[in-house]
Design a protein around this ligand. Structure first.
Ligand code: ISL
Length: 561
């Protein structure tokens, strides 16, 4: 089968608000992205996915869109977007936008009209229900940001459904006019030159029409009580809706569709992305980011096990052997990976590079989150006021007010997981403010810069032995090695307690082993590379000592057998 453009490249995920501010208002912008494109080219990136930059009241940092065709003035203008797409193309970088189509903002004109006129043109654009006979909410669903998913509209005298904040009402995909309007939006951007889309919580768009209450079961994979699968996660008409969407897209099969799909497993993912019948090209799974969840879900962290990671790699890769996985370590909804699964103190370089090696050399397209190439770490949150994200603020409030958790303990639990950790301004240089704001003496960034920026910034991380240097080599190795691009994948087994994680990639007549010690202790490996083995990359190893079986803390190596 011929390879698609996205199978050979690395996608870089930009969180625009925190990338680079050229206007001096403390918020990153499109001209800032344009200015940094050469930096991304140098890193070896072939596509960027930008978080939403459309008009928005910013209740959820742009994931509440009030006009899908307009750029929010915070980020620039549509002319800036056109320039960005053109400049990126000159540098061989494709542009992917983030479509937030499960819900809009409550300020979107469709919702304003829907709320005021139930019989009007937009009356059926959202999910409205009457109150129950005793005035209660229509069902027991709980929202991702806490509380009931139902909000009463005094104007329309009905409840509307919102899986996220009340300011993010869910669109009614059962209505063919909604689907046609959303498709038009996607085609509008394709006509302007974008190469594809990341589709926000796209597996939530189809709801079982009777909206049944959920049984109270133990927490499921998404951290919600009761399983919502088949109800609003992976609902009855999901594949049909997506197939219709795909068929109506201009640009055909060359348009990349990456679905964000919380709460589904790799088997289901493989169906959505089946090369012949699947409507999507790749999906973003979450199981690897749940390895440290306790029985209470995200806000109940526990240490993670390497054995679970080995099993997960093997299941996920096997299930998606016919389709194509998206490979990522973190995003704007997660704490920083080096703080979470690595060691951001003694072994920051080693653990950041080892994790990148174990993930980005799997079969699939790496999606690198901004800042991971310089091992950015969690923000040292010490006060409640430093939690600004809507999800974390609500979680903190629920822990204290409803669950009776002491404020200090609640802060402790939330700050480790808080989405704010992954959203601090990008650290470009050692100058005050980390060079995040191009000009604007005295301006403070929308979220404080991590105080470690003097050492950890893109300029300092640009010499042998630094994370950025290593990642650039790693991505280049992947691009140039057939077995790593398209070869088979086989996990290497290890004793249950072993911190070694490894796999073999075979293809193009080549056999390559990736091996990493994901721990703070030295450990001996039983894998003998053999006499003719060749070291391709390693974060600590010298080429002439390949046969040494000892792996130092967080050491990784990749060799050709
Ligand atoms: O943050 C999470 C932890 O895994 C998830 O619960 C997250 O809310 C979910 O993955 C959906 O995320 C996406 O849609 C949200 C938005 O807040 C996120 O930023 C976005 O990535 C609603 O649009």
């Amino acid at each position: 089968m011929t390879r698609r453009w996205w199978q050979e490249t690395t996608i870089y995920h930009i969180y625009p608000r925190s990338f680079y501010d050229t206007t001096g208002d403390g918020i990153g912008d499109l001209p800032g992205i344009i200015e940094k494109l050469p930096y991304l080219r140098d890193l070896g990136v072939g596509a960027i996915w930008m978080g939403p930059v459309f008009s928005s009241p910013q209740v959820d940092n742009g994931y509440d869109v009030s006009d899908y065709r307009a750029i929010d003035p915070l980020f620039g203008t549509i002319a800036d977007m056109d320039r960005l797409i053109a400049r990126a193309e000159e540098l061989g970088i494709r542009v992917l936008l983030d479509l937030v189509f499960n819900h809009s903002s409550d300020r979107h004109e469709w919702f304003v009209s829907s709320r005021s006129d139930r019989d009007g043109e937009y009356g059926d654009y959202y999910i409205w229900r009457d109150a129950t006979a005793d005035g209660g909410v229509p069902n027991n669903w709980r929202g991702f940001f806490g509380g009931s998913v139902w909000e009463w509209s005094p104007e329309r005298e009905q409840y509307y459904l919102h899986l996220f904040a009340p300011e993010q009402p869910d669109l009614n995909w059962e209505n063919p006019r909604v689907r046609a309007d959303l498709l038009d939006v996607a085609n509008f951007w394709i006509d302007r030159g974008v190469a594809g889309f990341r589709m926000d919580v796209i597996n939530f768009i189809s709801k079982a029409p009777w909206l049944p209450s959920l049984p109270s079961l133990p927490t499921d994979a998404t951290g919600r009580p009761g399983s919502a699968n088949g109800v609003y996660i992976d609902g009855p008409r999901l594949v049909e809706f997506l197939a219709e969407f795909r068929a109506g897209l201009r640009g055909g099969q060359d348009v990349l569709l990456v679905g964000e799909t919380p709460g589904i497993d790799a088997e289901r993912a493989a169906e959505y992305t089946d090369p012949e019948t699947g409507p999507l090209d790749m999906v973003l799974l979450f199981d690897h980011l749940s390895l440290d969840h306790g029985p209470g879900g995200r806000w109940d962290p526990r240490p993670w096990s390497r054995e679970n990671l080995r099993q997960l790699l093997s299941c996920d890769q096997a299930a998606q052997a016919r389709s194509w996985p998206a490979i990522y370590l973190s995003n704007h909804d997660q704490p920083r990976i080096v703080s979470r699964y690595g060691n951001d103190r003694e072994y920051r370089y080693e653990s950041a590079t080892a994790l990148a090696t174990v993930f980005y050399l799997q079969r699939g397209t790496p999606i690198l989150y901004q800042g991971d190439e310089i091992a950015m770490r969690n923000y040292p949150i010490t006060r409640v006021e430093e939690i600004v994200d809507i999800e974390s603020r609500n979680a903190y409030r629920e822990l204290v007010e409803q669950d009776g958790v002491k404020p200090q303990e609640a802060l402790d639990r939330v700050r480790r997981i808080a989405r704010d950790n992954g959203r601090t301004p990008m650290q470009w240089s050692a100058t005050p403010g980390a060079g995040f704001i191009a000009s604007g003496e005295g301006t403070v960034p929308w979220y404080p810069v991590n105080p470690d920026y003097r050492e950890w910034n893109t300029e300092a991380q640009n010499a042998p032995g630094t994370v950025r240097w290593y990642i650039r080599r790693l991505l280049s190795l992947r691009r140039q090695t057939e077995a790593l691009l398209a070869g088979d994948f086989e996990v290497l087994t290890a004793p249950e307690a072993s911190p070694l994680v490894g796999f073999r990639r075979r293809g193009g007549g080549d056999s390559i082993v990736v091996l990493a010690n994901l721990s703070d202790d030295s450990v001996s490996s039983s894998i003998d590379p053999g006499e003719n083995a060749e070291l391709l990359i390693g974060n600590l190893r010298e080429p002439d000592s390949l046969s040494d079986p000892m792996l130092r803390p967080w050491e990784c190596l990749v060799f050709r057998e």
